[in-house]
Design a binder for this molecule. Structure first.
Ligand SMILES: N[C@](CCCC[B-](O)(O)O)(CCN1CCC(O)CC1)C(=O)O
Ligand SMILES: [Mn+2]
Ligand SMILES: [Mn+2]
Ligand SMILES: [Mn+2]
Length: 305
């Protein structure tokens, strides 16, 4: 088994500086050692180099569309290459706009992939519904075929077209969904498990229904896009859009254990770790070691030895 680590030091999908330092902070928390101890051949491809484009005017109220689009075009090629070479790929963000390129590149190799989005947020705003304009809150809208007629042509994204069906996506951890996103979730009939659903059903039942929904008809590669802000801010404080009432440590680990046990994990994104937002060194360390723990758990580290 081999794992490719891809660092994506990128922050232009949102406005807060610092999330571009996420990859280094997660590596510094011992990621490579932890994965090597799991008997993986670890190939650290290092960090991608993203060019900041000079002329990159807003599109509507969306900042840096061409820079974000170009970064994702680059990332798409890198993820496609890593998956094509037979690696399980770990993409370290960087903000969540990077999922556009990560999932697109994965789909180039695995067109039948399914997507599990673990996040406090749905990230499914279109430029027309987004309250902030920030592309890290719009990633899923760029992926969904079912939203094609609702998406304007955003400069910088002409290299790709939507490919994902709404039925091939499940959300876990939602607790801060914008009005326009709620309408999209309901209209498209997207399967989601909010924190309320987790309170009612328990994480074991949520994972049972999630994996049945995605895999019962046909087993296929899983893309896990994990936003660290899915966790309760008491566990992952160093992140840009914290929301109270998040996943416990045990819930997050259970999610990744169950995904590992399918044997189908192909690409995992871990995004939105912003080292500059940790109020203390301990807060930063808590956030980065949590990121390493969920990656290790997704790759087979068990609590039972
Ligand atoms: N939905 C938000 C947050 C996106 C977060 C992206 B991430 O990758 O971290 O999941 C806006 C959320 N909300 C808008 C109203 C405010 O009062 C609170 C934040 C948006 O800006 O689209
Ligand atoms: Mn997100
Ligand atoms: Mn989020
Ligand atoms: Mn964020």
């Amino acid at each position: 088994h081999s794992v490719a680590i891809l660092g994506a030091p990128f922050s232009k999908g949102q406005k807060r500086r610092g999330v571009e330092h996420g990859p280094k902070a997660i590596r510094d928390a011992g990621l490579v050692e932890r994965l090597s101890n799991l008997d993986y051949a670890v190939h650290d491809f290092g960090d991608l180099t993203f060019k900041h484009l000079e002329k990159d005017e807003h599109f509507m109220h969306v900042p840096f569309p061409r820079t974000v689009g170009r970064a994702n075009q680059l990332l798409s090629g890198a993820v496609s290459g890593a998956v094509g070479a037979g690696h399980t790929c770990i993409m370290l963000g960087g903000d969540h706009s990077l999922a556009i390129g990560s999932v697109e590149g994965h789909a180039q190799q695995c067109p039948d992939l399914c997507l599990i989005w673990v996040d406090a947020h749905a990230d499914v705003n279109t430029p027309l519904t987004s309250p902030s304009g920030n592309l890290h809150g719009q990633s899923v809208a760029f992926l969904l075929k079912d939203l094609q007629n609702k998406m304007p042509e955003v400069p910088g994204f002409s290299w790709m077209k939507p490919f994902l069906s709404a039925r091939d996506l499940v959300y876990i951890g939602l607790r801060d969904v914008d009005p326009g996103e709620h309408i999209i979730l309901k209209t498209l009939g997207i399967q989601y498990f909010s924190m309320r659903d987790i309170d009612r059903m328990g994480i074991q039942r949520v994972m049972e229904v999630t994996l049945d929904h995605l895999l019962a008809r046909k087993r296929r590669p899983i893309h896990l896009s994990f936003d660290i802000d899915a966790f309760d801010p008491s566990l992952a404080p160093a992140t840009g859009t914290p929301v109270n009432g998040g996943l416990t440590y045990r819930e997050g680990i259970y999610v990744t254990e169950e995904i590992h046990n399918t044997g189908l994990l192909s690409v995992m994104d871990v995004v939105e770790v912003n080292p500059t937002l940790g109020a203390t060194p301990e807060a930063l360390e808590a956030t980065t070691s949590l990121a390493v723990d969920v990656i290790a758990s997704a790759l087979g580290q068990t609590r039972e030895g």
